[in-house]
Design a protein around this ligand. Structure first.
Ligand code: HPA
Ligand code: ZN
Length: 331
């Protein structure tokens, strides 16, 4: 439709997107073949199949395992920004989750330098910018989180290549049975090193876990925050304080199986409650999404006008960690 085309072209920012989740299936197959990593299938249409968050995370980890060196990260960074720019994304704060690679012997400085190189090349071609958020992988436990943040601090102090892109620290992976407060040391250290703070919560955990993320860990934003709607008092507080939520409606349907259809998603309820709820894709390649479709499907399903969608896009800028001058230039 004309509205879908206009929303695809609308300049948009994205605050919840995992760089590994943007990897083209053909690139996964190529890198796996080169590195001798066995895949369950080399059929690019079959590679990304799963029926739950946990099955999804297994595929996500398989994709991650094909990234074995700096050049692989550079290629991923390049293709990732190119693919998103084709759907109107002008600025992004992208997650990367290096726990698995660090355990396997990769160096954090090589991952950051590789992504920086790929981003810079794609930016030169498209004008679309990407920054980074280093995510703690909850599955690896609190001490691995502290170690990653400690190393990030060292790299930043040492002026390592690409570290100017790393704006913040977040946390992702499984939520089940994990108290976010157990990551307080890593978050405190990240704040001391001057990193901005966010975290995945409420995709698969109750509203109390979202409150802990903000009140105990000091997160400035909440990634997903879906379960918040079950606690009206907390919704009212988050609305009053304008605490941003980076919501990923189509991901919630395709990955978390949280709703039967987009029409059942609480995104419009979140918006009308006054929450600063932004629109994002999460893992666009793994879910066969793009940011243009995310906007077009929201407009179509929730009955939003083009102007409504512009307001949502502007809220993305407000929720971003862009310096005030850069944010103004995007508006
Ligand atoms: N949830 C948790 N961890 C993730 C996700 C997600 O949706 N995507 C990539 N890692
Ligand atoms: Zn996510």
């Amino acid at each position: 439709t004309a509205l879908a085309a206009a929303l695809d072209a609308l300049p948009k920012v994205e605050l919840h997107c995992h760089v590994e989740g943007t990897m083209r299936p053909a690139t996964v197959v190529e890198l796996a073949t080169r590195a001798g990593i066995p895949l369950p299938t080399t059929d690019v249409t079959e590679l990304y199949s799963y029926r739950s968050l946990d099955e999804f995370l297994s595929v996500f980890w398989l994709v991650q395992s094909t990234l074995t060196g700096r050049d692989d990260w550079a290629r991923l960074g390049y293709e990732s920004v190119l693919d998103a720019a084709a759907h109107g994304r002008v600025y992004a704060e992208l997650f990367f989750t290096p726990a698995r690679h660090l355990t396997a012997g990769s160096r954090l400085r090589d991952i950051v330098a590789g992504l920086d190189e790929g981003f810079a090349a794609a930016e030169a071609e498209t004008g679309s910018t990407a920054m980074l958020i280093a995510d703690i992988d909850r599955a690896f436990g609190p001490s691995a989180g502290v170690a990653m943040v400690d190393e990030l601090g060292d790299l930043r102090r040492g002026g390592a290549t690409g570290m100017q892109r790393v704006l913040g620290v977040g946390m992702d992976s499984t939520e089940l049975g994990i108290d976010p407060a157990s990551f307080r040391d890593a978050y405190r250290l990240a704040a001391r090193h001057g990193f901005r703070l966010t975290g995945h919560q409420g995709e698969n955990s109750p509203p109390s876990a979202i409150a802990t993320l903000v009140d105990v860990l000091g997160a400035e934003r909440v990634d997903h925050g879906l379960s918040l709607v079950a606690d009206p008092a907390l919704v009212a507080r988050f609305a009053a304080e304008r605490i941003p939520l980076t919501v990923c409606p189509n991901s919630n349907i395709r990955i978390a199986n949280a709703f039967g259809s987009l029409a059942e998603h609480p995104f419009p309820a979140m918006r009308s409650a006054g929450l600063l709820a932004t629109l994002n894709t999460d893992d666009p390649a793994l879910t066969d999404l793009d940011l243009g479709y995310e906007y077009a499907s929201a407009a179509d399903t929730f009955g939003y006008s083009f102007d409504d969608m512009v307001t949502i896009a502007l809220d993305g800028i407000t929720a971003s960690w862009l310096p005030a001058d850069d944010a103004r230039a995007l508006r």
